[in-house]
Ligand binder design. Structure first.
Ligand code: VGL
Ligand code: ZN
Length: 205
């Protein structure tokens, strides 16, 4: 059984948002068409959902600017502009994302002391969101990952899917990245871990 995992298609990651991914809006119709394709047995979404005082925000580190690095709970951390603050407009899914067939939403990034790129675990693997168990409970053995951003949450979700035992495919034209070079590296690493990377055209006709 196959699941589509839609990662963080939230206003703050789209053009005009606080941490906008360039051309992120170009994926919306692809993601919607994939949802309507009938190819997937289950569709779920993740939602970045930070408290205002989250440690990944540069604004919570006096003297630091967005995109500088620091350490958070012993892990290297890129500092981001404030984004996806719980209940804010920026944290909402895009109005252009079709949400009617999304059966469950897994929120992440709520612990201010650690960031959480993957839909499965936080960056230190201290806490499990329950996503792997949920998918297994629905007899899913194969996942397809789409959304934003390709080089962060989509990539980390894909790697954790492989590590959790799912056949994993990233749909490359249903994602856009913060940095194209880091996305290329992410694709290479995912393939080395036996993840697959395809275009949506191999599912859609
Ligand atoms: C993301 C940076 C910070 C993402 C989330 O969804 O890729 N990136 N928080
Ligand atoms: Zn975040």
């Amino acid at each position: 059984m196959k699941a589509l995992i839609i990662v963080d298609v939230q206003n703050d990651f789209l053009p005009g948002g606080a941490l906008a991914v360039e051309k992120g809006d170009e994926i919306l119709h692809v993601v919607n068409r994939l949802q309507d394709s009938g190819y997937f047995d289950l569709i779920i979404a993740t939602q970045d959902w930070h408290p205002k005082d989250h440690g990944s925000f540069a604004s919570n580190h006096p003297g630091k600017k967005p995109f500088e690095k620091t350490t958070l709970s012993g892990l290297e951390q890129i500092l981001w502009p404030d984004h996806c603050v719980q209940t804010s407009k920026g944290a909402e899914f895009s109005k252009l994302l079709d949400v009617k067939n999304i059966e469950a939403i897994f929120r992440k990034g709520m612990d201010k002391n650690i960031d959480s790129y993957s839909g499965f675990f936080d960056n230190g693997k201290l806490k499990d969101t329950g996503l792997a168990a949920y998918l297994k409970g629905r007899n899913i053995d194969e996942v397809f990952v789409v959304g934003l951003a390709g080089d962060y949450c989509v990539y980390y979700t894909s790697v954790d899917a492989v590590d959790s035992g799912f056949k994993t495919t990233l749909i490359e034209d249903a994602t856009r990245s913060i940095d194209d070079t880091s996305f290329k590296r992410a694709v290479k690493e995912l393939k080395e871990k036996s993840g697959k990377v395809i275009k949506s055209s191999s599912i859609l006709n």
